[in-house]
Design a protein around this ligand. Structure first.
Ligand code: BTN
Length: 236
């Protein structure tokens, strides 16, 4: 594992995308501040300097790249495990890869890449920040500090520990793509919620009934059970 750290950078995802051919598999790039932090669907990702965890890492291993949807859910699952290890309760995955604590978004994950060459996984975790302007955010945001006021640690210490958790997981990984099956099912934030999904040719409305072994979201509509493998979920 290699780690590069920048006091400030435009975006750790952008950095890895530009430099991927010069970087090794499992290179982590962290920062205290991003001037052009990016979220999913061309949104922005903001955070106060030095208060949060923000890093990206590079996956170049072929056997992993070909399992894109698992990579996305596995990162969310690893982050849930990490938050639970800090003593947080009611932590869950909002499919495909946000992490919620007590109904509020604490973590966003952005996967980008050029398959089959590489995948960049970018993780933004609100740690010690306590001010969020929820009037401009699509989902109410929170942080570890807000959800657990006796939490007392720095973003550097916690960045190291989350990076270690993720890195050791992948180093030990031998293609057991079912390791998180039960864990993901048990931590499905959307389970039993009414949702709407805008797909290219149609809109689907129904109740979330499961996440299957291939990490698809299963939605029960009036007529059938629909399998969703990408898309933006709106809770009704
Ligand atoms: C989302 O919820 O839309 C995903 C947010 C991802 C934010 C992280 S912070 C580190 C990495 N660099 C970026 O520019 N974005 C990701």
């Amino acid at each position: 594992m290699k780690r590069l750290h920048f006091d400030e950078i435009n975006s750790t995802n952008t950095y890895i995308k530009k430099e991927y051919s010069n970087l090794d598999n499992l290179t982590f790039v962290s920062t205290n501040f991003q001037s052009q932090g990016r979220g999913r669907l061309s949104r922005q990702w903001h955070g106060n300097k030095g208060e949060n965890i923000m890093f990206s890492y590079l996956i170049k291993d072929n056997s992993l790249i070909s399992n894109y949807s698992y990579i996305s859910m596995f990162n969310a699952a690893l982050v849930v495990k990490y938050l639970e290890s800090l003593g947080l309760n009611n932590v869950s995955i909002k499919w495909p890869n946000d992490v919620y604590v007590n109904d509020k978004k604490v973590v966003g994950i952005l996967l980008e890449g050029k398959i089959p060459s590489y995948i960049v996984v970018g993780i933004g975790l609100n740690l010690n920040q306590t001010n969020f302007d929820n009037s401009v955010l699509r989902h109410p945001a929170s942080s570890v500090k807000l959800e657990k006021p006796d939490f007392n640690s720095t973003s550097e210490v916690e960045t190291k520990s989350l990076i270690n958790l993720i890195c050791s997981f992948w180093i030990a990984f031998r293609g057991e793509w079912n390791v998180f099956d039960d864990f993901i099912k048990k931590h499905n934030y959307l389970l039993n919620k009414r949702v709407k999904v805008d797909l290219i040719n149609e809109n689907i409305e129904g109740t979330v009934v499961d996440i299957d072994v291939e990490c698809n979201l299963l939605i029960k509509t009036d007529k059938e059970i629909v399998k969703i493998n990408s898309g933006e979920i709106q809770i009704l």
